[in-house]
Design a protein around this ligand. Structure first.
Ligand SMILES: C[C@H](O)[C@H](O)[C@H]1CNC2=NC(N)=NC(=O)C2=N1
Length: 111
């Protein structure tokens, strides 16, 4: 389990730059299964489940993490899948907060 799971999201100070592509790539090592988009401004992962009940239980667990961390993903939900995307809106790119939440979501699955 990533050490990121022991951290908590902190608001980005005004003027904080988004993570560089290299910083974003380096942090990916602590969030297995997650990918960057082409511009390294978004972190995403798809998850598959047996059925709607399992999918929604996972989505609701993510909502709890988002509430606790005050950092919120965009989630697309299907019958047996969800696609989760993180970026830090306030800085127009990625921050450590996105990786902290991704690591906590992985931990829900024991990863
Ligand atoms: C005031 C509040 O903390 C902010 O609006 C938070 C809420 N959740 C957020 N979620 C994400 N993903 N990015 C943000 O910049 C963000 N900002």
């Amino acid at each position: 389990m990533s050490d990121l799971t022991r951290k908590s999201c902190k608001p980005c100070a005004p003027g904080t730059p988004p993570l560089s592509r290299d910083q974003a790539r380096a942090l990916l090592e602590q969030t297995p299964g997650w990918s960057l988009n082409d511009t390294a401004t978004e972190l995403s992962r798809s998850f598959k489940f047996k059925n709607y009940h399992e999918t929604m239980a996972f989505v609701n667990a993510q909502a709890w993490i988002a509430h606790r961390e005050d950092h919120h993903p965009d989630i697309e939900v299907g019958y047996n899948r969800c696609h989760v995307r993180f970026s830090t809106h306030s800085i127009g790119g990625l921050s450590e907060n996105d990786y902290i939440c991704a690591a906590k979501i992985n931990a829900l699955l024991g990863e």
